[in-house]
Each structure stands twice: as C-alpha cells, then as structure tokens.
Write a protein that binds this ligand. Sequence first.
Ligand SMILES: [Fe+2]
Ligand SMILES: [Fe+2]
Length: 281
Amino acid sequence: MRLVATSDIHIDKNGPDVLALLAGRIAELTPDVLVVAGDVATSPTVILQTFLSLRAVAPRVLYVAGNHDVWGHPTLLAEGQHAWWRLDHLLPALCAEAGVDNLDAGPLELDGIGFVGTLGWYDLSTKDEGLGAPDAAYATGEYAGMKWMDHVYAVFPGADGQPLPCASVAAVLRGRLAAQLASVTASRIVGVTHMVPFAEQLQQKDHPGWRFCQAFIGHRGLGEVLRSDPRVELAIAGHTHRRSDLRIGGLRALCTPLGYRREWNVSDAAAVAAAVTLVEL
Ligand SMILES: [Fe+2]
Ligand SMILES: [Fe+2]
C-alpha cells in the first residue's frame, strides 16, 4: 500500500494556490491512501472544497479533525454549534459529501491494514513543569503574553452545558481511540491522531509563551494507548508544526505537517514537498 501522509495544511490561511500545489504533489506520488491528520481549515466551505480537491488525487482520503477544524465563533455556541457538534455532526457530513473517510467516526480496514484515529485532545501531560506557570493560566490559556485560542473557539460542553476542562475532553477522545483499537481485527494497524502522542515529537524553544503552549500540544495517554497494542506499526500525528520521523518502541511515529506560510522560509513548492510523506506499507 502506498500511503501518503500530511497534516496542518491550514488552507484558509495558506490559500488555494497552496492547495493546488499540495494536490499536485500528492498526485505525483500516486497514493492508494492519503492520510490527513487534522487542521484543514475552520470554514466548512473551505474544508469541503479542500476535501474535494484531495479526493480528486487520491482514491481514499482518511481524515481526523484538527483543533482548528472544530473551532466555532462564540456567537454560535448558543445555537449548539460547539466543538462536539463540529466533530460528531458537521465534519462527518462534510466527509460524506466529499467521499472522505472520517476516522473520528470509526475505524476502517483497507487491504488487511486497520486504520484508527481521533482528533484527540491535550490533557496538560506535556506541560513544561519547569516554567512555573500557575494552574489558573492553564485554565484560561493566557500566560506571558500568549493566548491559546482554543479556550475561546474550541468549546466542548459537558452534560451541564458548561465547558469541559481539557483533560475531560482528552479522556473521552482517548477512550474512543481505545475502543476503536479493540474493535479492529486486522493484524497491522495505523493510528492517526491530531494531538501529539509522544513527548519526543514536541518542539523545544526558550520563549516563555512557547514553553507555556507545550501544555496544549500533546497527550501522553494517546501514545500509551497506541503503544499498548503491538499491532500499531505507524502513528501519524499533526498539531505541532515540527516535522519528525521517529522510532518509539516498536512503532514509527511520523509527523509531517505543512504549517503556516509565515513559518516556512523556502518556496511554497518546497514547503509542500517537505510536508507530504510517502510510506510504503
Ligand atoms: Fe496546525
Ligand atoms: Fe492543531
């Protein structure tokens, strides 16, 4: 199987010309399966247009949501358009319309390989303990001049209608991933998460605001779920815009994001080529 992976293509920020480059590069690699590990866009229209463009160059497109894909303006919360609604209703509908396989909605098996996946969520397990930021900062997402915008736009209400703390969201989505693994019968499995499952994949920088945001990048429990099943041979993640390709225990941990145009200092074509990785399974 020729699997091509990418993530964090942020088409509403990067623009349609980058999408055209991306589709062209993917087409060159003639994938059997394209895996998109989240952060496509926030606008549903752009998400759908992107899905259609990617489906035109790959016979199967497997997708998990990114945090940006479940963002909604706070004015929409009163209408019930919160992050659960985006994850469990809007994005599955867009996937169905475009012929994309939505791994958040359930696993699938292709040519004897099982695919499981989830947006996942951070639970502060990748917090930089040496920073000394107060607990209140992690609750508000504000510290050292940094404002983590999920706290405004990615609201997951609990049964009482109040926003759930991030660790509660993370536990629900980790449980969904574990349930998917338990239901798959294939002997080989690819796991896809938007959130970073392994601390080794994190990007280290010295700025206090950056160190603060490390808490909102990863969830070690996702990695524990993936590593608990020896059938998982490949784990594809997004969210961090740092590329990495590591061996962790018995599996290959791949992170192949595009990121924002302002983050790359090469041509658009070179950035796109670096963010699209072919894996032969
Ligand atoms: Fe991203
Ligand atoms: Fe993200």
